[in-house]
Design a binder for this molecule. Structure first.
Ligand SMILES: *Cc1c(COP(=O)(O)O)cnc(C)c1O
Length: 369
């Protein structure tokens, strides 16, 4: 193993700062007051990022992001509910899969992977299907990096009096979302994405009234957000063993988030990372998959070179040897690879990654793009 850890240019887990990693060097007791205060401070700071302290509870949950999405659907959608799932990529498909496994009735509306769902699509679908109780969507669909028009869609959903469940896993903390302007039942994110914490904990911003009405609805004990919240509100403790090191790392990551200027600061750095990447790759002749207007500054999908000398695995290994971990593509139709813009990385790192990619393509004698 090399002594210098490679930079992760992936959508999570991602590169964390040394300060965040050092915060995990302490063992905490789950009954201990200081740990419980740490959890409370983390939750309070998280909900403040979306301006949601008055309207929403932040309910943390052990596990990866998908656990929190599943918990939100299982807790907030009644067993006789009907979810309209908006899909333009793999994470949208996962929402539908969750509904299927949980036995919640669902309908899907799928657009192409380079096509955002529009508010007028949702308007039409809600008019045609009055039995729908909730709409579920992905804010930034990480499988391509496409941004869906959350604010417009939320207005249509609210106008029809339906619930909204938002997977904002890869956008929360970097792209602005104001809970006082965007009405929703649940918005879900996780410790190891734009917060730049360690992976291992999800959190759901659940509307206070919706959560209060969700007692006993979950099919699952461990994934019941109503119970998780009620227990924490009463005791200050997590139900079941908390991910103590992950909470401590997230607390430290939040300190750095605020030092960076909070959301505007983080957005600015990610946008600069993304622009450096797009410009650099364009100079190498590598085309990005999405038009700029719908490209979120979170992760970029690139067309793979059309050259038989290009093989993702060999390309990946060579770029890794130069210090950067890339991400495979997730599209079925076209061959692509992805480069993340999030994590504790700077435009300088992005330029170094572009340089490494350029050198590798030369070494592999790839010529056709
Ligand atoms: C990362 C991510 C998730 C969660 O994936 P896990 O592997 O469970 O952490 C869900 N939705 C989106 C859009 C994501 O980017």
């Amino acid at each position: 193993m090399s002594t210098v850890a490679p930079i992760l240019l992936t959508p999570g887990p991602l590169t964390t700062s040394a300060r965040t990693r050092r915060a995990m060097m302490v063992d905490w007791g789950s009954w201990d007051d200081s740990f419980n205060q740490l959890t409370a401070r983390v939750c309070q700071q998280l909900v403040t990022i979306i301006n949601g302290a008055d309207s929403h509870h932040c309910v943390p949950l052990q596990g990866s992001g998908t656990f929190a999405v599943e918990a939100a659907i299982g807790t907030l959608v009644p067993r006789d509910g009907h979810v309209l799932v908006l899909i333009n990529g793999a994470y949208g498909k996962r929402l539908a899969k969750i509904c299927e496994v949980l036995g919640r009735r669902f309908s899907t509306y799928e657009t192409a992977e380079d096509q955002p769902t529009t508010a007028s699509d949702v308007e039409r679908l809600l008019r045609a299907n009055p039995s729908i109780t909730h709409v579920a969507l992905i804010h930034c669909e990480t499988s391509t990096g496409i941004l869906n028009p959350l604010a417009d869609i939320s207005m249509v959903v609210a106008h029809h009096g339906k619930g909204l469940i938002i997977d904002a896993m890869s956008s929360f903390g970097a792209l602005p979302i104001d809970a006082q302007k965007i009405p929703f039942d649940a918005l879900i994110a996780a410790s190891g994405k734009c917060m730049e914490g360690a992976p291992g904990m999800g959190f759901v911003f659940a509307h206070k009234t919706s959560l209060a009405n969700a007692a006993g609805r979950s099919h699952s004990l461990a994934m019941d957000l109503h119970d998780q919240h009620a227990y924490m509100a009463k005791t200050g403790q997590w139900r079941f063993t908390p991910p103590t090191h992950v909470v401590a790392a997230l607390h430290e990551a939040l300190v750095q988030y605020h030092e960076e200027g909070g959301l505007p600061g983080r957005y600015k750095r990610y946008a600069a990372n993304c622009q450096t990447l797009l410009d650099g790759m364009a100079r190498l002749g590598i085309r990005s998959f999405l038009p700029d207007a719908i490209q979120a500054p979170i992760i970029v999908t690139f067309h793979a070179p059309k050259d038989s000398r290009y093989q993702f695995k060999a390309f990946y290994e060579r770029v890794k040897a130069k210090g950067f971990i890339l991400y495979p593509g997730k599209l079925t139709e076209v061959e692509t690879f992805r480069v993340g813009c999030i994590g504790h990385v700077s435009p300088h790192d992005m330029q170094a990654a572009v340089n490494a990619i350029g050198e590798v393509l030369k070494e592999m004698e790839v010529q056709h793009f």
